[in-house]
Design a binder for this molecule. Structure first.
Ligand SMILES: C[S@@+](CC[C@H](N)C(=O)[O-])C[C@H]1O[C@@H](n2cnc3c(N)ncnc32)[C@H](O)[C@@H]1O
Length: 352
């Protein structure tokens, strides 16, 4: 009864190219319906005409109908034979109340600051500089702290949403052994640390992030409540990590930095680590296999947003660990394409 995605199986090459670049329009349409709360307004149990949805959300009925019709061609919403709309699995994850909602991830992917940065990709490739820094005249974290704390809240919530898909399996892959204290370096709103501590309630969890992020944590009630069981440690991991722990987690951190800073961050973690403590980098790894598409896309996103951001290969990670004096790391792939890259401290501070 409903018409789902109508995607021809064989598209000529020019059509394929046009479809690829039209991805930008599709992204913006998904962003618009997420921002306008269309998925929230659409009932899950009966088809609703676009006119009714438009009245419920206070938008233009004709434009809404046309956007929904186009999105339905991609399987985001579906239309029945009378032109009324229903949810699909893809449109449901745009709802705020979906248990694994992706609404904030969509809003972050299509935020003005992202869009403006990506529009400078060509300049960034020419100059080698980060597009974000060129557009905003400062790095992304300073921009969030000084100019747009609201964007930082959505960004952190986006990371929390994306983490719901990966954190539990990643937490299960971390070998806790006889650890007592675990510190999550750049742990954001503490989702990953919570996933680890949920599995091992005896652990002392320390959440290390910038003073600004830990302050903005308080504006998210659920995250603030979750973080109550952690020690909050504000700091700058580029300067020092003044904490002795058994396990240092660095999830999606090293990919924002060049090798020099990556080495410095690893050494800062190692500086107060006792013999036997483990440093566990949790990051995407670029491989030659087809499973690496998201890692390769994230790699480009890294240099659009961060002057020195990069998603590394296994070889590049191994070099980084060697330079930090941590020896050859052990790699554990997980189904999400994110790896655990781990070294154990021998004799206290990192060997250099
Ligand atoms: C990409 S997010 C990753 C968050 C979290 N680890 C995750 O996996 O979702 C990077 C985190 O590092 C924090 N951060 C960035 N620069 C930092 C610094 N110099 N010192 C401490 N935290 C920093 C940010 O506030 C943010 O929470």
């Amino acid at each position: 009864m409903t018409q789902g995605a109508v995607l021809p199986t064989q598209i000529p090459v020019h059509g394929q190219m046009y479809r690829l670049v039209s991805g930008a329009w599709v992204a913006q349409m998904i962003n618009a319906v997420a921002e306008l709360g269309i998925a929230d307004a659409l009932s899950d149990d009966k088809p609703v005409p676009a006119d009714e949805l438009a009245v419920a959300t206070g938008v233009d009925p004709d434009k809404l109908h046309r956007i929904l019709r186009a999105l339905a061609a991609f399987g985001v919403f579906a239309a029945d034979t009378e032109g009324r709309y229903v949810h699909t699995d893809l449109s449901r994850v745009l709802r705020r109340d979906h248990p694994t909602s992706m609404r904030n991830a969509v809003l972050t992917a299509c935020a003005d600051w992202q869009w403006q940065s990506w529009s400078r990709l060509t300049d960034s490739v020419r100059s080698g500089r980060s597009a974000f820094d060129d557009v905003f005249g400062k790095d992304m974290w300073s921009y969030f702290a000084e100019d747009d704390p609201g964007a930082e809240t959505v960004f952190q919530e986006a990371h929390s949403e994306l983490a719901t898909m990966t954190d539990r399996p990643l937490a299960a892959a971390v070998d806790i052994a006889d650890a007592v204290t675990v510190i999550d370096i750049g742990g954001g709103y503490g989702d990953f640390l919570a996933a680890v501590v949920d599995r091992h309630p005896h652990l002392n969890g320390v959440l290390f992030d910038t003073p600004g992020t830990l302050r903005s944590l308080a504006s998210d009630t659920a995250a603030a409540r979750r973080a109550e069981r952690f020690t909050l440690q504000p700091g700058d991991f580029c300067e020092t990590v003044d904490c002795s722990a058994d396990i240092y987690l660095l999830k999606l951190i090293i990919c924002s930095f060049d090798d020099d800073m990556g080495v410095r961050i690893l050494r800062n973690c190692a500086a107060n680590a006792k013999p036997g403590a483990r440093i566990v980098v949790i990051d995407r790894v670029v491989t030659n296999g087809p499973e690496s598409v998201q890692a390769k896309l994230s790699d480009v996103q890294m240099f659009v947003l961060h002057p020195d951001g990069r998603v590394r290969t296994e070889r590049e990670f191994a070099d980084l660990f060697e330079k930090a004096g941590l020896g050859a790391p052990h790699f554990t792939p997980t189904p999400s394409g994110i790896y655990l890259i781990e070294a154990t401290m021998h004799g206290g501070a990192a060997r250099s």
